[in-house]
Each structure stands twice: as C-alpha cells, then as structure tokens.
Design a protein around this ligand. Structure first.
Ligand SMILES: Cc1cc2nc3c(=O)[nH]c(=O)nc-3n(C[C@H](O)[C@H](O)[C@H](O)COP(=O)(O)OP(=O)(O)OC[C@H]3O[C@@H](n4cnc5c(N)ncnc54)[C@H](O)[C@@H]3O)c2cc1C
Length: 901
C-alpha cells in the first residue's frame, strides 16, 4: 500500500491513543512473467509520482516500485518460509536503494520485521543485498537470523534495477536477540512493506554500508497467497544465478509507469501496523566526543533520567541542600533548555520555541520527528530526550483519582498519604482545560457531537480536575499540563527551580551505563556520551551517604538494573553474554529480584464514528505550513488551535464496570477528530478505549544480548479484562447511537463489543494498535520483598531497591498497577511523595569492606528465613556497615551471624 495511514496511527499513539491502524493497500496487483527467468510473479506495483494514501515522510515515489513474489505450490495449505522475489527499484540519476519489509499476517511495521535492502553496486549488473532489522522506528542494524538470499537474475540501467532472488527463511523472524515469530502463508494473506531512497549507500560494494533514510516512497501492500503460489516453484528455485550481459532481454518490466502483463485489482483494506520511516541508517555505532567526568568530585544524589519521575525529585533533593547531578541521555527538547528542533520550513526560526513547546505539534513524535528523540533501545515508543515522556507526550494531565492509589498501592501510599504531594504538584502545575490564552476552546466539532449522545444517555459533564474522583459515566474537556499556551510541565517548573541552585547539576547527552556497587551499596556510576558534549567516565557518590535515584522509565530502569546485576538470573545471564560481559559484576553479587515483570499498560481498543458535522483540522500540515491566521495568533498571543494538543482531543469519558470476576475496572475513553482503522479523516472520529485500574493482565520486558529491551510478554489478554472491555464498548455504542445522523463505523453495525474484539489481534505484531505507551510496573513497589519466594516487589515502600542501601527507583516502573487516566501527573506526584520518604530515610553506617571470612551484615539476598532476616534488619532497615569485598557473598552462619565467603 502506500501509506497505510501511518500518520493517523502515529498521531494516535502520540496522543496515547494506541494507534490502531488498518493498512490500506493502494498497490496495483497483477501477474507478470519475468522474461529472463520465466518465473511468474504475483506483483504489487506502486505508482510513479505522488503517493496517495501512503508516504508519510516520502510522499513522492519517482519511478515507482514493483515487488513480485512466487511461493511454493502448496503455500496456501502448508506454511512456507521462503519465496522467490522480484524487486524493480527506481534509480534517480543512477542512484538509490530499495527495500522490502518482510511482514507477517497482521502487519509490516518497521519494528522487529526483517528488512531486505538491495542496491546496484555500480559493478556491472550486480546487486548488493543486506538483511537488517530495527527494534523501533530507528536506524536498522544487521540481522543475525537465518534468512538467506540467493540471486537469480539482476539487471541495472540508468533509471531502475531489477533483482530476482530466492529468499529462504525470510518469512520468519529469528534474530537471536529478539522474540521470534513466523508468517503463516496458510492464512491466505500477509503483509509486505517497502521503502526506497534516491541516494545510494555510501559504499555501494559493501553490503554493510550505512544507508540514508528512505525518501522515495514507502508503503505497504497485501500478498494474496493463492495468487503467488505456483506448482513450478521448485523448478524456479533451482535456477542458477544469472547476471546478464547487455544481451539480456529488454522486455518491459512492470513499473509505476507500466502495467505490462498486469491484471489490475485493488485489494481491500487489511489490518496492519504502519511501515514507518526509519531514521538515518547506520550499520556501525557512532562514537561521540565526550567530556571527561570531573575528577575528585562526588555527588550526594545521582538521578538517572530527566523525565516525569526524575526531574521533580532532582528538584526536591537539591532544595533540601544536597548536591544533585541529574543525568539525561537525550538532547535538550524545549527551547528553554537549549533545544533546537524546529520545522524545516523555518516558521519557528527566531522564536524561543521548538516543536516540543507547541501543543499543536505534539504529534511530531509520530510524524517523522522521532529521530534523535525516541529511545532507540526499546521496541516500544518512549522519549529519550530532556523531559522524557513529558517532552513528547500530548500533555494530558489528570489529578489522581483516589482509588488509583488505594487499590494499587500498599500502606504509606494510599490516597490520604499522597494528598500533600498532590497539592504540591498541582500548585506548581495546575493544568488547564482551556489552554488558549483567550480562554476560548477551538476546533470543537468532535466534542459537540459526542457530548450530545453522552448527555442524552445521562452521563455527567464535569471539570475533571475539580472532581478527580468522579470517573464513572462522566465526561470532560481535556485537561493539559500546558501553561501560557506552551507545553509547560516539569521542565517549565521543577527543572527551572532546580537549575537556580548551585548544588544542582544537569548533564545532557550522557547515558548511565551501570551502577557500580559493593554488595548492596552503590559507590559510583559509569557514564558514556550519547552525543558530542556528553560526559564519559565514572561519577563518584559521596562516601557512605551518596545515593542513586533511578528514573529512567519503564524500560530504561530495568535495563540499567539488569546491567548493574539486579534482576532475575536469566536476564543477568543475557547481560553477561553481551558486550558488558567482561566487566559485568560477578554472579555472587547479583541481586535476584523480579525486575521487568509486572509490566502494565492501558490496553487500547479503537472505535470509529462519523458524522457530517465533524470536521478535520490538518494537523500534520501544521508542522511545516500552519494555517496563517492560526500561526499568527499562536506566535503573537499564544491563542488558537495550536495551543491545544493535536488532533482535537475530547471529550474524555470515564466509566467503571465490574468484571465477571467481581473486580471493578476503570475505563477511559479518549476521543480525537481523526479517522483510523481504514476510515479516512474528514468527518470521522476515533474513540480510544483504555482499560485502566483493575486490569489483571501483566507482561514482561526483557533484555537481549544486544542490550535492547523488548516486550516479551504483552500485558493484555486476561479473559475477564477482555469481557469487561467488550461491555464498555457496548455501553458507548448504546450511548452514541441516538445521535441524529451518526454512523458508527467500528464496531461495524450489529457487531457486539465482544465480537469486535475478536477481530483485533492481541499479538506482538499488532501491539501498535493495542498499546497506549503508558508502560509501568517493571520495578514494582511493595512490601513483599521480591528476593523471597513468591515475593513480587523490587522496591520497598521507601522506593529503595531490596537488598541495597542506597539505590532507589522513582518513575513509572514502581507503579503496581494502572491508574484511571494518562499517568504522567501520577508519576510526578509519586516523585514528590518519594522525595519526602527518601530525605527522611536514614543513611547506612559507614561502609566497611570486609575480606573473606570476616563478619558481615547480611543484605538478605538469600532466600528463606535468612532472607527474611536480611530484609527486616539489613540495609533496607537500620543500616549495613559491614560489606563483603568484591566477589564475596555474605552468607549466614546462624540466625545472628554471617561471614564473607
Ligand atoms: C508518545 C507518548 C504520549 C504520551 N501521552 C501522554 C499524555 O498525554 N499524558 C500522560 O499523562 N502521559 C502520556 N504518556 C506517558 C507518560 O509520558 C509517561 O508515562 C511518563 O513520561 C513516564 O515517566 P518516567 O519518569 O517513568 O519516564 P520518562 O518520562 O520516559 O523519562 C525517562 C528518562 O530517562 C532517560 N534515560 C533512560 N535511560 C537512561 C540512562 N541509562 N541514562 C540517562 N538517562 C536515561 C530517558 O531519556 C528519559 O528522558 C505518553 C507517552 C508517550 C511515549
């Protein structure tokens, strides 16, 4: 297809809507017999010129693109993992590369799908090929799976190249560092993506050469297996490689300009993930010029990660007089902090604004703006930039609903315990549901339609942050953390006050790679530069009293803990086998905790409605060419549509429904004026349903030998969760169907919520449609010490990691379960609360390093009664003064005594 509605999917996720996308197949399909080989292909032809429907960052394909496929004769009944392919790729002035994304039955999104890149080497008619993959919408890396390409025929001229090849093990994904899956040809259809560039790789003869991001068309199409399967396959697969001389047939190939041999047909829309643009591609990691860590300097607190959790606590700890170093791996985002990322058209040049500052540009993260902004070391979306999620998100900002604390958290973290922290957060960041400085609301056509139905179904209109507990059959205008028409939030408040103190230091472009510790006591952290100007070296903590606060997000935190020897042994073994291995902490010092488990997220399900009175505002166009009047009103007065998050969010709706298991489940609906799932934008709206508090499903995130994080087990799919989601959909359909002239597109007419859910895959390949990017829970807070049998918690109620005396976690990772709403305000509130607890927490006594055989203080890393004893009286309690030397473990001799062995 051409652009699957990547824009809409992207926008959706950016707004935390989950990005359900149905790809549309805009390709022209047919059959074509390649004259030099005699192989008959089922072809998918993407037109020369402007791309309709697809394209995103590559809106024109000069010369078009053709992909042909032949499958074994029995592929419709027996899964085949190989095919014979035909690529007719365009060249511009003789240059370029073309690529195929080997999709699966539900999609061909860029993350975790095998890519085959091909380009002319410039030597005769030879073609270089390279298998790559990416865990996110970022630079692909070399693929280490079993795929194999065997050239059969190739030909190059000034405007195109033709490549016929056999691709074995290409319809399965088995890179050893990633979750594997295969495409099932016996399901009848599967998805393929494509992209191409007008620029040749830097070193054309080197298959590992870096390549530039595609700029000459992209999209996705569907393969109909029955049309590609051919009984002659075995014979064709045996054809030996033919690289022709000039005498090769000059027969016309099917291209965007030609329909030779094709029987045109357009296939129906199919469900898929977007084939998204990659960032500039490099096969080799880049190194940066780092600034050495200042010698003879130490810090009372090192805070790792400048996001929703890290910024507030860095401010609070520095306000208490401690020396605080906040280390953020990303670049500056907001212009206030030196950010520079602005529209290429230049309309923001000269203003103290970047796209991160302007609410109406928040979708840029999904719309071509992820490079250098989104994390590249996880398969899910997260901001790796100053502000973390609070720099790239849509700014939805909700005063916590009391049961979110009372249901999920243990004593000490109930809503009454959090009241003071909530007050402090909302006095600094009150939020607003009228972000334009003239007090008006703009682009309200969606609100006007949906609120009609809700009112007539007796749902209650509320001002959400005035009545945070009213979350059952209520609806509201969207509350944002914005202030003065700009993003605001922690970067505009907490970080500003922190930065005014001499004892506060902020390092950008610097990644913490490891926490060095002796036993349960952290002594320093190792850092590397992630961009020029970042720091390199080892940062010392103040002796005995120094502390680390890990606030690197739901994936960044477990990653850092794994690399510091804290986590389940299967994960630490992965790190041991990675490039960290030679310097990794010895296994005797590993702390066995369930880091990475308890992964939670709002399960998303998209419904779509249409109404003649709904009108779409072209938010993507507002990136480079905003409507002149809107641009002027924003730049001069901070008024108008650009003060609101794209794309027209609201109304927000909430309902509580008791599931079949008796558990109350909290739902949030987020409406936006935008089509999705195959329904075009124009008069349509997407209503995204989030399952929040009460959800039972939990997943797991894991680390691979490449040190990338993946979601290994999706946190969705508990049957009672799904049944209740189905009921929530039915309730909404019933509320809205009374609206005159409304069309409810999805669920389709007459289809119940339960049956609709059955049509939306809950698979890894479709995670883009089901996630909300509100990942939480991977270093769970609780009283059941995770080192003990059946224990589930990683941090105690002071946010201190069990088995350590000075390593704390303060971010989304500590949440035991999902809240009612988008979570950032709760994470900031948790950070405020944790600052009180951490500041009040006693320091360990001076740490004395004990040699072999010496008496030590047990940290409770053993199991059974001894672990219990350690958990109660060890370093998490009154202090640990006797720590075993590196490589030794503190082992119990009897109930009261232990020695280093
Ligand atoms: C696209 C998107 C839209 C969203 N929309 C909303 C919304 O509208 N409203 C809402 O409430 N929530 C929203 N969320 C969720 C919310 O932003 C996150 O839940 C929240 O920011 C998580 O806070 P955190 O502190 O756990 O992590 P983050 O805010 O992600 O911060 C973690 C930081 O740590 C840094 N880091 C990671 N590893 C290291 C390391 N080793 N060394 C140094 N630094 C490191 C990262 O670069 C990052 O800046 C959205 C999230 C996304 C991704």
């Amino acid at each position: 297809m051409k652009t699957i509605s990547f824009l809409s999917s992207a926008l959706g996720v950016a707004l935390s809507f989950g990005s359900a996308v149905l790809a549309q197949d805009y390709a022209t399909h047919g059959t074509f017999t390649e004259p030099n080989t005699g192989i008959s292909f089922y072809t998918s032809i993407e037109a020369n010129g402007a791309i309709s429907g697809d394209g995103d960052m590559s809106t024109v394909s000069v010369g078009g693109f053709t992909f042909g496929i032949a499958l074994p004769g029995n592929a419709a009944t027996v899964d085949s993992y190989e095919y014979i392919g035909l690529i007719v790729g365009s060249l511009t002035n003789g240059a370029g590369w073309s690529g195929i994304v080997q999709g699966d039955n539900t999609g061909a999104g860029m993350p975790n799908h095998l890519m085959l890149l091909a380009w002319p080497t410039g030597v005769g008619n030879t073609i270089a090929t390279s298998f790559r993959y990416s865990v996110s919408y970022q630079a692909p890396v070399d693929y280490k799976g079993s795929a194999k390409v065997t050239p059969i025929f190739s030909k190059v001229n000034a405007t195109s190249f033709t490549f016929v090849y056999r691709c074995q093990n290409c319809l399965l994904f088995d890179d050893p560092s990633q979750p594997s899956f295969n495409t099932s040809t016996s399901q009848g259809t599967f998805e393929q993506g494509w992209a191409q560039s007008t620029v040749s790789p830097a070193d054309k003869t080197n298959p590992d050469s870096p390549v530039q991001q595609h700029n000459n068309g992209m999209g996705e199409f569907q393969i109909t297996v029955s049309k590609a399967a051919n009984a002659a396959y075995a014979k064709w697969a045996g054809i030996s490689s033919t690289v022709p001389t000039s005498s090769a047939s000059a027969a016309p190939y099917p291209t965007g300009n030609s329909t030779a041999n094709s029987t045109a047909s357009v296939v129906a829309p199919s469900s898929t993930l977007a084939a998204a643009p990659s960032s500039s591609v490099s096969a080799t990691p880049t190194t940066f010029k780092g600034v050495p860590v200042p010698s003879a300097t130490s810090y009372d607190y090192v805070v790792v990660g400048g996001g929703a959790g890290g910024i507030p606590i860095a401010d609070k700890l520095s306000a208490a007089g401690h020396s605080v170093l906040l280390i953020e791996k990303g670049v500056a985002s907001s212009a206030r902090w030196g950010g520079t990322i602005r529209p290429e058209s230049g309309w923001l040049d000269g203003y103290n604004l970047t796209w991160f500052d302007i609410p109406g540009e928040c979708n840029r993260i999904w719309n071509g703006g992820s490079q250098g902004v989104a994390c590249t070391d996880t398969d899910q979306m997260a901001g790796c930039i100053l502000g973390g999620g609070t720099a790239v998100n849509a700014g939805l900002w909700w005063k916590p609903n009391p049961p979110d604390w009372d249901y999920n958290f243990p004593a000490g973290w109930k809503s009454t315990d959090l009241a003071a922290a909530t007050g402090r957060v909302f006095s600094r960041i009150p939020g607003t549901d009228h972000p334009s400085r003239d007090g008006l609301l703009y682009v309200q056509s969606g609100w006007n339609i949906v609120s009609q139905g809700l009112a007539s179904a007796n749902w209650t209109a509320v001002t959400a942050n005035n009545v945070p507990a009213e979350k059952d059959r209520t609806y509201a205008h969207t509350e944002y953390m914005y202030s003065n028409g700009e993003r605001g939030g922690p970067m505009a408040t907490y970080l500003v006050t922190a930065n005014g103190r001499n004892n506060f230091h902020l390092w950008l472009n610097t990644s913490v790679e490891r926490i060095n510790r002796i036993g349960g006591h952290a002594t320093s952290v190792d850092v590397i530069a992630t961009n020029d100007g970042g720091h390199v070296g080892t940062v010392q903590l103040t002796e005995t009293t120094g502390r680390v606060i890990v606030a690197a997000g739901a994936f960044g935190t477990p990653k850092l803990l794994f690399r510091s020897g804290i986590g389940p042994s299967d994960m630490l073994e992965q790190v041991q086998q990675s490039t960290d291995g030679p310097t990794f902490i010895k296994s005797t010092d590993w702390i066995d905790l369930p880091v990475g488990y308890n992964l939670a997220d709002h399960l998303n399900t998209d419904c779509v409605i249409s109404h003649p009175n709904i009108s779409y505002y072209d938010w993507p166009a507002a990136w480079d060419t905003p409507i002149t009047a809107d641009k002027i009103s924003y730049l001069t007065n901070r008024t108008g549509p650009l003060t609101q998050a794209a794309p027209d969010i609201g109304p927000m709706m909430w309902e509580v429904i008791k599931g079949p298991d008796g558990i109350d489940r909290q739902f949030q609906w987020t409406s936006r004026v935008e089509g999705s799932n195959g329904v075009p934008s124009g008069n349509s709206m997407t209503l995204s349903l989030y399952l929040g508090r009460g959800a039972v499903s939990r997943g797991r995130t894991t680390i691979g030998k490449s040190l990338n994080m993946v979601v290994q087990t999706l946190p969705y799919g508990d049957p009672n969760d799904l049944t209740t989601v189905g009921w929530a959909i039915d309730n909404m359909v019933n509320a809205l169907k009374t609206i005159p002239n409304i069309t409810i597109n999805l669920p389709p007419p007459g289809v119940s919520g339960a049956d609709y859910l059955k049509t939306i895959p809950l698979t890894y390949a479709n995670v883009g449609a089901r996630r909300a990017n509100h990942w939480m829970g991977t270093a769970k807070l609780g009283t059941d010490d995770g080192r003990l049998e059946d224990g589930t918690a990683v941090v105690d109620t002071n946010t201190l990691i069990y088995g350590t005396d000075n390593i704390f976690v303060v971010d989304a990772s500590i949440f035991p379960g999902m809240p009612s709403t988008n979570p950032s305000a709760l994470i900031v509130t948790a950070s405020e609360h944790a600052s009180d607890l951490i500041l009040a927490h006693p320091y360990p006594k001076k740490t004395t390093i004990v040699k072999k055989g010496g008496q030590c203080t047990n940290t409770g890393s053993s199991t059974g009664w001894f672990g219990w004893w350690g958990g109660v009286t060890g370093v998490g309690g009154s202090g640990n003064s006797l720590t075993c030397d590196e490589g030794l473990a503190c082992k119990a001799v009897n109930y009261f005594s232990s020695v280093c062995q």
